[in-house]
Design a protein. Structure first.
Lengths: 380, 253
């Protein structure tokens, strides 16, 4: 019905000698549901009889009929007698039939509130859930390790095409962003370093700061965090959607192992891609340092390179580089594990993708701290 | 509105994707209060036609009128009002998986009207019981429902705004014959009681026999419309194959 043709709903009540007459006027549809409910609540029968007059009703839909009927039922429960004046709209018959079909609804019994019991239940639930979680995580990591080992037993099970695609998607496609961020961040670090060291007349040490900082820590850490954001989320979302579409079950039914097909290529792909990206980030970081030093401190490029070689210990590059495969394993495992956990709903998919990213970034930073402690202990 | 005025009227609709012509001048009138079945081979453009009727997709040319108003030349805002007048169920339910069944049913009501929670709950109970779902099912997530219950929950959501027109896309696909028959019965019962106009896309011959007043067949990018008794005599080879093939004979037996 066009808006211009709408008739306002109105309830005219008329009390005469124990008989309450309710005249329904205008449109009684779901669009007026709130008004209908309010009007009906204000009508209370005082006597023994309620009469409903629908002759001035322009339109009635099922929602309105349902609301009216609920009130009429309440009137009846209060002992009033309800009757329709003239024709009863067919919607009421529909509701009667529906009630007959499924029976009157009984409100579900709410369990008694026992605080001690419910506290015990929640504590118990928590521990059981933690236990399950730990077990499923261990099972996942165990399976992935097992399948990685068996993957190397034959070239077919290694699924080189999949691995190559992962290297391309997680590595090659990440080159521009990793290069840009490594360059810009080092620029900032070198700038701050130069400013502080200039006070001591030691600005030449900016080169040392950049070299050691980038190669040992910043290069690999930045790369890992970018990759965790890019690929950790992609892994979780890709596998999660496959879970939602039953594609993982389809794989199993064909006799393919989802760990071998979906998880291992992603882990291996990232273990190859992340170290390569790290080298790129290291190079771009040094380039950023060199640019800033030449612009701000008048250190020419040959001078910069010579100074870098002085600053480098034999282990500087390797101390950063060997962290890359470890971070790759953490990111890939977290992403694929969360993806495999997706079931039932799109909300789960979003939640677990977020968890995958947050957790893999946390794990990378945590692992980096552990590496730092180990390096300190073994004086690497 | 007299019985002869079409509630939906499609005239000369042309749909084209690139060089691929899907519809080449489709005409169809749906009368108020009838059940119209749309059949056609896979890829004949049934779903595209449905999307055109729903106003989700504008045809390259031609008009689609709903209750006398051309929806192809309508502003988004006017189209919103038309959309409140019809309900749709989708082939795979298209329930929002992140919401419970009750929240799914409440969503259109929440979006279009300002209703209090208690009122929403009451109306949700009505919708669930209309389609024969127990009220407890409202608390469940779509993933916890069986196929038949998903179809019913989808129907409950489609009926949430008390529409005059109901579009059903493959309402019985994926259901066992007993559930499918029960669903047909439910649809027919709702249609008779609430005087709904129903347009359904279906492949299920049993459903067509049980529910449809008239049948529209999409063949050769055009529409052939007739009553069930007459359309089975149409000489078009696809229609003959469809209504008289081995599967059809089994359904009629």
């Amino acid at each position: 019905m066009a808006a211009g043709l709408a008739h306002r709903m109105k309830l005219a009540t008329e009390q005469s000698g124990g008989v309450l007459t309710l005249r329904l006027q205008g449109d009684w549809t779901i669009a007026q549901a709130a008004e209908i409910e309010r009007e009906l609540q204000s009508a209370t029968p005082s006597g023994g009889q309620v009469r409903i007059d629908c002759s001035e009703l322009k339109s009635l839909d099922l929602a309105a009929a349902w609301l009216i009927r609920r009130h009429l039922q309440a009137f009846e429960e209060q002992g009033a007698k309800v009757e329709f004046q003239g024709q009863r709209p067919s919607h009421f018959k529909f509701i009667e039939e529906m009630k007959e079909e499924s029976g009157e609804e009984k409100p579900a019994a709410t369990p008694a509130n026992e605080p001690l019991r419910s506290a015990m239940i929640s504590v118990g639930k928590f521990w059981v859930e933690q236990n399950e979680r730990l077990r499923s995580a261990l099972e996942f990591y165990g399976r992935v390790m097992l399948h990685t080992l068996t993957a190397f037993s034959s070239i077919k099970r290694l699924r080189l095409a999949s691995v190559a695609r992962q290297v391309y998607e997680t590595g090659v496609q990440a080159i521009p962003i990793v290069a840009l961020i490594a360059f810009l961040i080092t620029l900032v670090i070198a700038y701050i370093g130069a400013q502080q060291l200039e006070d001591f007349g030691a600005e030449i040490y900016t080169v040392d700061l950049v070299t050691v900082g980038v190669l040992r820590e910043m290069g690999v850490l930045l790369t890992a965090i970018i990759v965790a954001g890019r690929s950790g989320s992609a892994f979780a979302a890709e596998i999660g959607v496959m879970k939602l579409n039953d594609e993982v079950d389809a794989l199993k039914s064909i006799g393919m192992n989802p760990y071998e097909v979906l998880v291992v290529p992603r882990v291996l792909g990232l273990v190859i891609a992340l170290p390569l990206l790290t080298i790129l980030a290291d190079a771009m970081g040094l380039a950023g340092g060199a640019l800033l030093c030449s612009l701000l401190l008048d250190i020419s490029y040959p001078q910069f390179i010579a100074r870098v070689q002085d600053a480098l210990a034999p282990t500087t590059f390797w101390a950063g580089f060997i962290k890359a495969p470890a971070f790759a394993v953490l990111i890939a495992m977290t992403g694929t594990y969360r993806g495999m956990q997706v079931r039932d709903s799109s909300r789960e998919l979003g939640r677990l993708t977020t968890v995958a990213v947050v957790q893999s970034i946390f794990l990378v930073i945590f692992a980096n701290a552990i590496f730092a402690i180990i390096y300190l202990q073994i004086k690497f | 509105m007299s019985d002869n005025t079409p509630i939906i009227s499609i005239r000369g609709v042309v749909n084209r994707f690139g060089s691929q012509v899907i519809h080449d001048g489709v005409d169809l009138d749906v009368r108020a209060g009838e059940v119209m079945g749309i059949v056609g081979g896979s890829g004949s453009g049934k779903s595209v036609l449905l999307r055109t009727m729903l106003g989700l997709q504008r045809p390259k040319s031609g008009t689609v009128s709903m209750e006398g108003r051309d929806i192809t030349a309508m502003s988004e805002k006017d189209l919103m009002h038309v959309k409140q007048r019809y309900g749709v169920t989708f082939q795979h339910g298209a329930l929002f998986t992140a919401l419970t069944v009750a929240e799914n049913v409440q969503l259109p009501m929440r979006e279009h009207f300002h209703l209090e929670d208690a009122l929403l709950k009451t109306l949700t109970e009505l919708r669930l019981r209309m389609v024969g779902l127990p009220v407890e099912a409202g608390e469940k997530l779509p993933s916890q429902l069986s196929g038949g219950m998903i179809k019913r929950a989808g129907l409950a959501r489609a009926l949430a705004l008390d529409p005059k027109i109901l579009f059903l896309d493959e309402p019985t696909s994926g259901l066992d014959p007993i559930s499918a028959a029960a669903f047909d019965k439910l649809v027919l019962y709702l249609q008779k009681s609430l005087k709904l106009t129903i347009v359904m896309i279906t492949h299920d011959l049993d459903t067509i026999m049980a529910t449809c007043d008239r049948v529209a067949v999409l063949v050769d990018k055009k529409m052939v419309v007739d009553t069930l008794e007459k359309i089975v005599q149409n000489p078009h080879p696809w229609i003959q194959e469809y209504f008289h093939g081995p599967r059809a004979r089994a359904a009629q037996a």
